[in-house]
Design a protein around this ligand. Structure first.
Ligand SMILES: Cc1cc2nc3c(=O)[nH]c(=O)nc-3n(C[C@H](O)[C@H](O)[C@H](O)COP(=O)(O)OP(=O)(O)OC[C@H]3O[C@@H](n4cnc5c(N)ncnc54)[C@H](O)[C@@H]3O)c2cc1C
Ligand SMILES: NC(=O)c1ccc[n+]([C@@H]2O[C@H](COP(=O)([O-])OP(=O)(O)OC[C@H]3O[C@@H](n4cnc5c(N)ncnc54)[C@H](O)[C@@H]3O)[C@@H](O)[C@H]2O)c1
Length: 418
């Protein structure tokens, strides 16, 4: 029977335990060591791979352009070199905040001094008949990307459900691989809730120009098939889209079940303060799973993007070792690459939370900056195939000052002077 561990080595103080061995968890371990913490660190993850980054899984790695070695956060020896006990293939089943202990699914127990939850998120499942057949694919883990890569053959018919980030990036990879692609989206445009109508149209045009059959406002009612293998997607109007494989990207659900069962405050993820501390003073959360109070926006914000999982753990690590000045107030940032379009987005806009979009450059050229404004203030900016401008855009967002929209639209005016 498994016993209770006090940490990486017997006789040591109780360690800092991190649950979720992905980008967030690995960066937290790194930040703890960089901040001079010399105690035990136990990093527990239910995947069998050492921590890796997910963005390549729908881009370079999926396209076969980026090798597997490139996806990992650290080389294999890094963990031992930094005295980080990495326990892979191990899921945490429960947290006992009063006893400062986590229970593993194999019944083992690990005590903690502080606990960090970087459990991330899981794909939302499509609740229709036929969704459990072979050939129905989701994308979160590296093995999912391997399976999708197999399916992206020249001439293969790929149906993509959901025109969000996963759907569009997979559609771009599939077209690049020579597959026939149909994208099925419930709303009227791709990425509509994040980008709004004006800019979402740019992505619709991009994919149409690359030969994707985009169908908006559809309702998927069933995945058809024979002998347990998918063969198509049935829509609410009775039409069927034939498919050799169906990729589903209809959003994620934060993996907050452990926290909820332990009695921590959970509301759209694990609620934290600006130090990333949960409702239990010895438990912290970061990355996709954290709904963190953001001092700049004066509300809780949960960000489902790479830069957040990269940077929040630094704050959590410092806060866990008693640095009371550790506050997470970075402006959210994310990026995408689809075909020959690269973009970066910095800022934060709630769905429908802007009153004006200003373009610097013409969207049709796919070389422009879009700004979302409310009351004359810039909430967010997105540079498309224009580079080295995220710093001034971030400053515009952070300053909260009212800008002159004509100067904002004028490429001749430096962004710092609008
Ligand atoms: C295919 C893909 C492409 C993406 N591309 C981009 C991009 O281009 N740009 C961008 O900004 N963002 C991108 N993202 C989003 C970005 O990858 C995520 O925001 C980021 O991975 C979040 O990191 P995380 O460490 O918080 O959680 P995750 O990456 O979800 O990792 C959480 C880990 O915790 C493990 N875990 C969960 N529960 C337990 C438990 N009870 N016990 C043990 N382990 C547990 C999980 O298995 C997982 O390994 C992409 C995501 C995907 C899936
Ligand atoms: N470049 C990036 O930043 C990037 C890339 C890939 C993934 N990610 C992250 O991965 C996660 C998952 O991405 P995602 O694309 O699945 O989520 P998403 O939230 O970006 O998009 C989901 C899309 O599916 C649509 N949808 C929902 N239910 C549907 C249904 N029943 N039928 C048809 N359409 C439906 C939504 O309207 C939305 O357009 C997100 O957290 C995302 O931020 C980010």
């Amino acid at each position: 029977m498994a016993g209770t561990e006090t940490g990486a080595g017997q006789g040591r103080e109780r360690p800092i335990v991190i649950v979720g061995a992905s980008l967030g968890g690995a960066k937290a371990a790194e930040a703890l060591r960089e901040a001079g913490y010399r105690g035990g660190i136990v990093l527990i993850g239910d995947e069998h791979e050492r921590p890796y980054e997910r963005p390549p899984l729908s881009k370079g790695y999926l396209l076969g352009k980026e090798s597997r070695e490139k996806i990992y956060v650290h080389p294999p020896q890094w963990y031992a070199e930094h005295d980080v006990t990495l326990r892979l293939g191990t899921a945490v089943a429960a947290i006992d905040p009063a006893g400062h202990t986590v229970t593993l699914t194999d019944d083992g127990r690990v005590e903690y001094a502080k606990l960090l939850l970087t459990t991330g998120s899981v794909p939302r499942r499509l609740p229709v008949p036929g969704a459990d057949q072979d050939g129905v694919l989701y994308l979160r883990r590296v093995e999912d990307s391997d399976r999708i890569k197999e399916a992206l053959r020249p001439g293969a018919r790929i149906a993509v459900i959901g025109a969000g980030w996963i759907g569009l990036e997979v559609a771009a990879a599939a077209r690049t691989a020579g597959a026939e692609v149909t994208v099925l989206e419930a709303l009227e445009l791709p990425l509509l809730r994040v980008l709004g109508r004006e800019v979402a149209q740019v992505f619709a045009d991009l994919h149409r120009d690359h030969g994707v059959d985009l169908r908006f406002g559809v309702q998927v009612t069933e995945l058809t098939g024979a002998d347990g293998t998918v063969s198509g997607v049935r829509l609410g109007d009775g039409t069927e889209v034939a498919a050799d494989a169906v990729v589903i990207g209809i959003g994620i659900v934060p993996a907050a079940g452990l926290a909820e069962a332990a009695g921590l405050e959970v509301d759209n993820g694990i609620k934290t303060d600006q130090h990333l501390r949960t409702s239990d003073p010895d438990v912290y959360a970061a990355g996709d799973v954290a709904n963190a109070f953001h001092p700049l926006f004066e509300r809780h914000v949960r960000v489902e993007h790479w830069a957040n999982a990269l940077n929040q753990p630094q704050t959590a690590a410092r806060a866990m070792i008693g640095r009371s000045d550790a506050v997470y107030d970075r402006v959210p940032y994310f990026f995408t690459d689809q075909y020959d379009l690269g973009m970066e987005y910095v800022g934060y806009v709630e769905p429908g939370g802007y009153d004006r979009v200003v373009f610097r450059g013409a969207p049709a050229t796919r070389e422009f900056i879009a700004f979302w404004l409310s009351g004359g203030r810039v909430l967010a900016g997105m540079n498309v195939n224009v580079w080295d401008v995220t710093d001034p855009i971030r400053e515009l967002v952070r300053s909260g000052r009212v800008v002159d929209a004509d100067r904002l639209a004028d490429p001749g005016v430096p962004l710092g002077e609008v």
